[in-house]
Design a protein around this ligand. Structure first.
Ligand SMILES: [Zn+2]
Length: 397
């Protein structure tokens, strides 16, 4: 099955330009120059945010270009992935005049208080859920909320747990758990040990078992026990994988066909985890590549009556503002925050080119605001049930 040809994909406001690929490699080299990583003794790359963290977003028409920046930069920073790396497609062109200059990077924004993560481990133990969600909603596992339009560009899949499905708010995709952990490549969903983990869509089990000899993360035994599912539906010609980590038990075998809601295993704390939770990833193109992740909150359905917001926080020159707190005041009166992606190892969606996303927002108007250079920048966004909305927050010149 292929969902590529959906006409509703044009709903996304950031359109793809034809010139995108031509600049990919130039930007790759450009961004790679500024990446600073060092590898700790445990083999986990520690990312040192610097001015280079800001990813330039020269114009909405350059969305493909931006993706080109981030993906190769990600690949360079991933330590010791020795397994069948599938190169990112068509990074063979030469740079063009669209390349942002180093000067622009150096002068645009202050660095976001770079603090090396003290513990590179995948240790988040989400303890408090910000909202009183029902702990079990089995219908979400099998069929989407009634409002879901299955032809839209994202939000294709169900939720991965037959239990709590609310991710840990301080450790969403690209966040650092208040600068205590390395930037997250996933969402963490706390549940009791043994809670059933299920396939979020139709696919085939690409891998199931321990990640000791076959690596999917930055080091062996990172996920403990992991299931990787190759999804049936391609997106923009790209293959999508879903990854379920730290499992207590595995209930499927490699090659097995799975349908939405099929049990893959049980929640655990195997590998680098201190407490039981599901570490859930979405990957694109290369299932082995720890850097091929995308934000899972763009891919699974929001709860009924809720929507998803993806956005960019950029400086006056259009450069990503990393590690910036985004505040949301939505129709239910519950204050919410999410931080923009900490570094370039947290790649955005190829079409949205977002640097934050948050799911399960109540339908209605949301005030979204950030403090940029001691000035509040705000936008009002209308959240539609079962839909993805986008917003751009840009600092004033
Ligand atoms: Zn995690």
């Amino acid at each position: 099955m292929d969902k590529n040809t959906s006409p509703k994909q044009t709903k996304i406001k950031f359109l793809l330009p034809a010139l995108g690929v031509a600049v990919v490699v130039g930007l790759f080299f450009w961004s790679g120059k500024f990446m600073t990583t060092d590898t700790a003794a445990d083999g986990v790359a520690r990312i040192t945010p610097a001015d280079s963290l800001k990813t330039p977003l020269p114009s909405p028409s350059a969305t493909v270009v931006m993706a080109g920046i981030l993906e190769p930069a990600t690949l360079t920073a991933v330590p010791t992935d020795t397994s069948t790396a599938t190169p990112s497609p068509t990074n063979t062109q030469t740079p063009t005049a669209l390349l942002p200059t180093q000067t622009a990077t150096a002068t645009s924004t202050p660095s976001p208080t770079p603090i090396a993560a003290q513990d590179p481990a995948e240790t988040a133990v989400p303890t408090n859920t910000p909202e009183p969600w029902p702990t079990t909603n089995p219908t979400l596992l099998l069929k989407p909320p009634a409002e879901i339009d299955s032809s839209q560009s994202h939000l294709w899949f169900g939720r991965p747990v037959d239990g709590n499905n609310i991710p840990s708010a301080p450790y969403r995709f690209g966040m650092t758990y208040n600068q205590r952990l390395v930037p997250h490549r996933a969402v963490d969903i706390a549940n009791d040990p043994g809670t059933l983990v299920v396939a979020i869509g139709p696919g085939t089990v690409f891998y199931a078992g321990e990640d000791i000899e076959t690596l999917f993360g930055p080091k062996a035994d990172f996920y403990g026990r992991v299931v990787v599912v190759k999804m049936d539906w391609q997106w923009e010609g790209r293959t999508i994988y879903t990854l379920y980590g730290h499992l207590e038990s595995v209930a499927v075998t490699t090659g097995q066909v799975v349908n939405p809601g099929d049990v893959l295993g049980g929640v655990g704390s195997a590998g680098v985890a201190l407490g039981p939770h599901l570490h859930f990833e979405v990957r694109q193109d290369d299932p082995y590549d720890y850097g091929s992740v995308r934000n899972p909150e763009l891919w699974y359905w929001p709860f009924s009556g809720r929507g998803v917001l993806a956005g960019r926080v950029v400086d006056a020159n259009g450069y990503f503002m990393p590690g910036t707190r985004v505040n949301l005041e939505c129709s239910d009166g519950t204050p919410r925050t999410v931080n923009t992606y900490w570094d370039q190892n947290t790649p955005p969606d190829d079409v949205l080119v977002e640097n934050f996303a948050i799911s399960d927002l109540p339908a209605g108007s949301c005030r979204v605001w950030v403090d940029l250079f001691d000035e509040v920048v705000e936008q009002f966004v209308e959240i539609q049930p079962a839909e993805l909305s986008v917003v751009v927050l840009q600092a004033r010149p």
